[in-house]
Design a protein around this ligand. Structure first.
Ligand SMILES: [Zn+2]
Length: 108
């Protein structure tokens, strides 16, 4: 089980991630840089659009995971593996605070 301090620390990390992800979603240029070559603009446009969509989807998925972790925190279900219902170790949660699975279930 994680301690109250660890819980607070993870919550802070999730809230920071949430702000960061929301910011990146609102301003797509942050993730792509602005060095678009003017000459290749037309040919690259479709590809860039696809890349942008891909990144947007990834960001949205992460944001959804982060929000869901915060919701689980609110109802005291945070830190429990959805597969085996054992507590998720701090090692896993520190690396990925939005994690739904414990280390052994992740490997499966
Ligand atoms: Zn598990």
């Amino acid at each position: 089980m994680i301690t109250k301090e660890e819980f607070e620390m993870l919550k802070e990390k999730l809230l920071e991630d949430k702000i960061k992800l929301s910011g990146e979603l609102e301003d797509p240029h942050v993730s792509f840089g602005s060095d678009v070559d003017a000459f290749d603009e037309e040919t690259d446009e479709a590809e860039e659009f696809a890349n942008r969509l891909g990144i947007q989807v990834t960001l949205k998925e992460r944001l959804r995971e982060v929000n869901s972790a915060l919701e689980r925190m609110a109802v005291n279900e945070y830190g429990t593996c959805e597969e085996c219902h054992n507590p998720i170790s701090l090692e896993v949660l520190s690396a990925e605070p939005e994690s739904r699975l414990c280390k052994s279930c992740k490997i499966k």
